[in-house]
Design a protein around this ligand. Sequence first.
Ligand SMILES: Nc1ncnc2c1ncn2[C@@H]1O[C@H](COP(=O)(O)OP(=O)(O)OP(=O)(O)O)[C@@H](O)[C@H]1O
Length: 923
Amino acid sequence: MEVINANRQEPQLNLDINGQRSFVKYHAKLEEKPTTTVRFFDRTDFYSVHGADDCELIAKLVYKSTAFVHQLLPDEPDKLSYVTLSKANFNMAVRELLLVRNFRVEVYVRPGGASTTSNNWCLEYRGSPGNLIQFEEILFGNKEILVSNNLLSLQVRLVDGNQRRLGVAFVEQNDCQFHVLEFVDNDFFTELEAIVVLLGPKECLLPSLDGEYIAVKNLLERNNVGVTIPKRSAATPAEKNDLLQDLNRLIRFAKGQQEDALTFPEMQLTMAMEALRVAIKYLNLTNDASNLGHYEIKQLNLKRFVHLDSAAVAALNILPKPGTHPNSPGYHWQSILGVLDHCRTPQGHRLLAQWIKQPLRSIEILNDRHDIVQCLLESPGTLSTLHDDYLKRIPDVLMLTKRLLRQKATMQDLFRVYQVVLRTPRIVNTLLSLENATVKNVLCNAMKSFLEDLSGLKQLVEQVVDFEAIEAGDYLVKASFDENLQDMKNDMSRLLSKMERLQQKAADDLNMEKTQVRLDNVAKIGYHLRVTLKDDSALRKNKNYKILDVVKGGVRFTNEKLSEYSEEYSSLCEKYEEQQKSVVEEIIKVANGYAATLCSLNNELAQLDCLVSFAIAALAAPTPYVRPKMHKEGTGVLMLKDLRHPCLELQEHVTFIANSVAFEKDACNMFIITGPNMGGKSTYIRSVGTAVLMAHVGAFVPCSEATITMVDSILGRVGASDNIVKGLSTFMVEMIETSGIVRTATENSLVIIDELGRGTSTYEGCGIAWSIAEHLAKQTKCFTLFATHFHEITNLAETVPTVKNCHMAAVADAENFTLLYQVRPGIMEKSFGIQVARLANFPDVVVQTAQRIYSEFEDEYTEKQSQSDKELLDKIDAALERLTTTGNDVDINEAELSELVATFAKDIKNLDSEYFRALRSVE
Ligand SMILES: Nc1ncnc2c1ncn2[C@@H]1O[C@H](COP(=O)(O)OP(=O)(O)OP(=O)(O)O)[C@@H](O)[C@H]1O
């Protein structure tokens, strides 16, 4: 959540009793709204919200207290609560609601503004996390755009009995891109989840909430994506035609390309196109002239990216909490993005956030990125020039281009674009001086060609902008550009000379040097003279001058002639600006033609910023990162020597103990890691996933040496996740996530499993964990790290030679217990649970009781295990039964629960697990 510096002063809503009555009446008639939509009423100088839910939310958000909730008609039964808030607080609230909390916002205005007392409000602005267009100025204004601005739209159809066909459209509004895709998914929607992780939308449009969409909605909500059902979704034939028309207006056709969207191969993807139609309508894209002729349409190719599931994203701490600003404290050690993000430009921050969610499977691109990072690290001087000087000065061309396209740009904006065009050649030359072929091919060549295309824009600005005026802080059109302007400029210079002569005269009158009497120009009083405070008396003796005021810098004064010239000058200035306006409009229209090239140049600069950032991150770590040697998928070795966790090692109080890992295809595919609580199991296995992910993004890794065989997916199941609060029991989450893993993992995947089965009782948990481990070890044969408390699972290493056991070391004697955080081969001899309790400062009596219960339990458990396997199976069945009937006290649809459980049970049966087969044969 952003740091809120809210002004606690609340504006007054002064409505007389009739005004209150009529508003309450009006409000009662408003259409019902979901609780995730907040309605604001624009009262010209301030805003109000009404109704219990909105009031409580906004009062807490803005004022941190519900004491700011008041009532209209407090003594009457139909009283209505309200909260008022200033414009600044409104802006802050809208930012928080849309960007952090995934809420929707509606703003009602009255056409007559404050002057009217009527209640003819109309809904003027509407925003949702995926549709920020109308709030862009509030959200970003002149500030940096640090968030992506995108929307997902889906269509799902059941085909051939039990297959789900999905049509996906994704609209990226910052970069003007449409991505479409159609595919068949399984009943757990694992592909869809990968898409959601890859694209990271904040909002998704669904046609309904029935049938197949129930599961889709749950998946989206688990991944923090807000779901919206647009009002009219079903397409009539005429509307299908609309799509074609809309696309023809929105798409940027290449030179010589037939300007007809009907020829696009993407049009064959009928479901994706329907999803796109809904999204374009919802965003009202054709209404904004700046969109027309700027969109590109592409088919999304999922094979280009490493498949990440949401559990892996959460387990590896890939992203910071929503709304965290790169300048906020702790940003650099709270997530992998934070560790790597040392970008200097907003476009760099945005691109890095995208890269981190989209690890690549192309070894060529990754080698290029690693080459460039290495080259930068080998030239520290160049690296620091780029990072500390050049990149810092590059503004966000995206924001400027958007303003150009909306005809909202000013001369200053144009000048800033010009600065980018002017400064980039210096960057290119600096990069060329590195004499590195990859740097030249990947970065310099593209930038150079865009700069060539922009040379016309550069010339235009040089012809038009008055550079001298810029030094004085004014952004003006050069007078020589237009005859009328030139005439006015001449008049202005003449007036200025006259005023300078008056300045000399005043100096003579006051017996001073000309330098002691200043001629100044400020907005409110125009041109005037000024002497220092100590010359005040000399001035007061002279009756020819009128003192205007006394300020810190001295006494400001004028005379009749000077005020006359000053007024004349300022009216000329106004006329000049008026005349300039039309010239600026013309210039900006011409500049518009360069928008696409500017965006391309911006992307190149963003890319450079990200790679520089990787180099800085590699250097900034307590021990510098190294370049990973990348091997093609399936070739076999994953070796990370002296591996650290990049976030944990950055924390002040931590002395990180490095560990190593070495997988080798068909010799050592799986590690089962046991060890005491808090012994570092999770940290170890997460570090492996993190390093592999970092390498797949193009960054260096926190090891002393790394050889990484590329993977097609990183899948995880780590700890009990937050989903519990969203209405899924721990057991259910485990089932869903592990089923996903079993279905998605291939022999080229990396799977990280932690504490599987912990959310349920020991017997069931152990059964599930064993089955999954066995399946991954015997069937999938992917690289797997399996941290567990179930020591029984270590037996797997006896029957499957590619499975190895290791443990987190600890030393204990009667009194002391020390965690070493070192990974050692083999099984840990003794369970240290009780010692950990001692370490955590539990009172002795608790520890003693625990010790006693623990010993009893251990005896009983060993006995049970040998005597009744059948009992274990019964317990599992009973647990499933309990879940199907009671829903395990969770707020989840019973039918859906039964279906999930049934599928999971079926999956378990199909796992070809010896363990389960043995159990079933007893049955
Ligand atoms: N390699 C390490 N070097 C230094 N400190 C570490 C290391 N690994 C873990 N720690 C510290 O130990 C804490 C616990 O680690 P972690 O959560 O990985 O243990 P665990 O074995 O998974 O625990 P549990 O079994 O209780 O879930 C971490 O928060 C960290 O502070």
